[in-house]
Design a protein around this ligand. Structure first.
Ligand code: HEM
Length: 163
């Protein structure tokens, strides 16, 4: 796992001299830090550059330790190849299937337990239209997944009784 630099964690402080909904910078920072969903931004190499409070709560890693690390921090080992193949392709082509549909995958919490998450991604471009990063907005759906699994098991049991 690599650490490159130590950007200011976005889940922390909003500058008090430029507060108010009239300030674009303050507004953007406030939306990111107040949103309960996990918001994660990575750079061209897939290194984490932003990790909001939602991501801290969902995955258990504080922003100060997550920022600068590879996304492998939360990706279960068996899914890493698929993720990085897709990630590099999206970086190279500017195309993603998950701009308007949800990617539904398991993730690893800091304490080692698995959670089910769903997220979409968006490409971040600079003024020259070059892709400089990717952002993901992630929501935990573990409870729903468990309920679906229980329903499927019950259905299979009932179907088994009928035949
Ligand atoms: C637990 C966390 C994650 C897991 C398990 C995961 C897993 C995956 C998998 C399995 C794919 C391949 C999907 C397919 O072939 O249809 C993929 C693609 C991708 N992932 Fe991740 N990923 C995770 C987090 C992230 C995050 C945080 C970002 C961005 C900040 C991201 C960006 C992408 C991109 C851009 C692709 C390619 C999408 C495309 O082909 O259209 N992933 N990931």
């Amino acid at each position: 796992m690599s650490r490159t630099d130590t950007a200011t964690p976005m889940s922390q402080a909003v500058p008090s001299s430029t507060t108010g909904v009239g300030s674009q910078d303050w507004l953007a920072r406030s939306v990111v830090s107040a949103t309960p969903e996990a918001i994660v931004v990575t750079d061209e190499e897939g290194i984490i550059r932003l990790w909001n409070g939602g991501a801290e709560r969902m995955f258990g890693h504080p922003a100060a330790t997550a920022i600068g690390q590879s996304l492998d921090l939360i990706i279960p080992e068996k899914l890493r190849k698929r993720h990085w193949d897709g990630y590099r392709k999206t970086m190279a082509t500017g195309q993603t299937r998950y701009g308007d549909t949800l990617l539904s995958v398991p993730a690893t919490h800091r304490d080692g337990h698995r959670l089910s998450i769903e997220f979409s991604v968006a490409l971040l471009r600079d003024d020259d239209d070059r892709i400089v990063g990717i952002t993901a907005i992630m929501r935990e759906v573990s409870e729903r997944r468990e309920a679906e699994k229980a329903l499927r098991a019950r259905l299979a049991e009932l179907e088994g009784k009928q035949s």
